[in-house]
Design a protein around this ligand. Structure first.
Ligand SMILES: C/C(NCc1cnc(C)nc1N)=C(/S)[C@H](O)COP(=O)(O)OP(=O)(O)O
Ligand SMILES: [Mg+2]
Length: 520
């Protein structure tokens, strides 16, 4: 539960929430970070709540709420609001637009909340009022089950559809995990029953085990890993599970699969010419696993065409630090209890290339893509998962947006390791479309962390300009169990991944499409 220090519209509300022994209040430095921390908490916990003050608070929190909506995460946004007498007394109030219409916030919230994020507004003079006891929580939390007949029909139709195909591939998307109800386990069962290749969209990295023998890589068009694009394009049937085809995930629409898609969504299944509603994803996948025939033709082909392992160069300790060396050293950090957050920027491409060992988790915000997300989100996530080692890869531009939340990591003694890649500006934007607006003021990032320590913090701030300095800094980070460790990794501005340059080119081309003339 993330909330802001007390503010007049939600003073009593916070007191009431604090009185509930089952709730823990976690303060954040501002409402943007509060909402993004709640988004990160929801990734770990399944649901989270964010409590803010009216208007000046809520409008900032709308950003993290929008992220939760776009990323299909359950976040409850709770906002204090004016005294119920004010409207009828035509009062002009602080923190508002200066009119007597206070409904604008609710109208805006309606656009970014639905069954995933939801919105509750509580007038300041009702926070302590008696209210009807809420109904059984099971009405909200119990899993929704499929319509039995639709489930049966969908699985039979899918099994028959697949039995007529020679080269089936499964493509996993980011909504698989969000479906809950054991959908990831059901997918594993189905994949092993089919024996086929399993490719994963970038925003779903980690949702299918990468150490599994049927994992064939990240399907991301021309910037795929392990030639996953070849096997996806070789397939004659693509079973899309929770997929999301956006301009970013299709590399500016250059990687849309060109065969009819069979799509299994969170609550419905579609094939060419058929649609089955009220079919829950987890139930569909596990039921289909009992109907399908084994056909490993795409695995046999993948094993023929997959690239040989890449020889990773290990530089001398005194060598200038590079993007590749940062990735090599982060790779060595990943293990069954680590969760890696990768921020919008070249960190996406560097993170996607890493191999996840058994149990390692991966978090990315590719749909909403709000730079700075990973700092508050990792903070929220780590609160829920003290049992895991949380690592963040973030660029300098992104860090400047939400840096204050490192002070909350200090406050709650969270041993998060932050690898801040300082390439002096917005490199992703430089590669898409350069201009003076991609330059930023450089900070002394390592020193900033000492400021966040105040008189009692345990955070460490280090900088690395060579491979050896990074090795040493990572050792310090690994040993610092009482607080965050930020390592500023300085690299050349143009030291970026080839995938970023290729992807940026196609996304920029897609952005630049001329307006369509009607009738044209
Ligand atoms: C400005 C922007 N995107 C536009 C943008 C602007 N504002 C918000 C909130 N979110 C966004 N994605 C992006 S990706 C920067 O290149 C990020 O820079 P940095 O963190 O330094 O990473 P790289 O250097 O690797 O690109
Ligand atoms: Mg940068």
């Amino acid at each position: 539960m993330s909330s802001l220090p007390t503010k007049d519209y939600n003073l009593v509300l916070l007191d009431k929430l604090q009185a509930n022994p089952n709730l823990t209040e976690i303060g954040c430095a501002n409402e943007l970070n509060c909402s993004l921390a709640a988004e990160g908490y929801a990734r770990a916990n399944g649901v989270s709540a964010c409590v803010v003050t009216f208007s000046v608070g809520a409008l900032s929190a709308f950003n993290g709420t929008g992220s939760a909506y776009a990323e299909n995460l359950a976040l409850i946004l709770i906002s204090g609001s004016p005294n119920t007498n004010d409207a009828s007394q035509f009062h002009l109030l602080h923190h508002t637009l200066g009119t007597t219409d206070y409904s604008y916030q609710l109208e805006m919230a309606k656009k970014i909340t639905c069954c995933a994020p939801c919105y509750i507004e509580i007038p300041t003079n009702l926070s302590g009022a008696e209210c009807v006891r809420p109904g059984p929580i099971s009405a909200v939390t119990d899993p929704v089950t499929s319509d039995k007949a639709a489930l049966e029909a969908a699985a039979n139709c899918a099994a028959e559809y697949l039995s007529g195909k020679l080269k089936p591939v499964i493509l996993v998307g980011p909504k698989l995990r969000r479906a809950g109800d054991g959908a990831e386990e059901s997918l594993l069962k189905l994949a092993e029953a089919m024996g086929c290749a399993v490719a994963v969209q970038p925003a779903a990295k980690g949702m299918f085990p990468e150490d599994h023998k049927q994992f064939v890589g990240i399907f991301w068009g021309t910037v795929s890993t392990d030639a996953a694009d070849s096997i996806v394009h070789w397939a004659d049937a693509l079973l899309c599970v929770g997929t999301s085809f956006t301009d970013y995930s299709t590399v500016g629409w250059t990687a849309m699969p060109d065969i009819p898609l069979m799509a299994a969504e969170m609550d419905h299944v579609t094939f060419p010419g058929a649609h089955f509603s009220r079919v829950r994803l987890g139930e569909f996948l596990s039921h289909l696993a009992t109907q399908v025939k084994y056909n490993n033709s795409t695995m046999i082909e993948h094993n023929r065409l997959k690239p040989d392992p890449v020889l990773v160069h290990t530089p001398a300790p005194g060598d200038e630090l590079t993007r590749k060396e940062i990735s090599r050293q982060v790779q060595a950090l990943l293990g069954s209890k680590t969760t890696l957050f990768v921020e919008t920027g070249d960190s996406w491409f560097n993170g996607i290339q890493l191999k996840l060992p058994q149990g390692a988790q991966f978090e990315i915000e590719m749909a909403w893509g709000h730079i700075g997300w990973s700092i508050p989100a990792a903070f929220g996530y780590a609160l829920r998962h003290p049992d895991r080692k949380t690592i963040v890869m973030i660029g300098d531009g992104s860090f400047q947006v939400t840096a204050q939340e490192v002070s909350q990591m200090v406050r709650f003694n969270l041993p998060i390791t932050i690898l801040l890649v300082n390439n002096r500006g917005y490199t992703i934007e430089v590669e898409i479309h350069d201009g003076s607006y991609n330059k930023i003021k450089n900070w002394n990032y390592a020193l900033l962390v000492h400021a966040f320590n105040g008189e009692d913090g345990n955070a460490k701030g280090l900088s690395a300009k060579t491979a050896g300095e990074l090795e040493d800094a990572i050792k310090v980070a690994t040993e610092n169990t009482q607080g965050p460790t930020l390592i500023e990794c300085s690299i050349d501005q143009d030291d970026c991944s080839r995938e970023l340059i290729t992807w940026g080119h196609f996304v920029a081309t897609a952005n630049a499409r001329p307006p369509r003339v009607s009738g044209g």
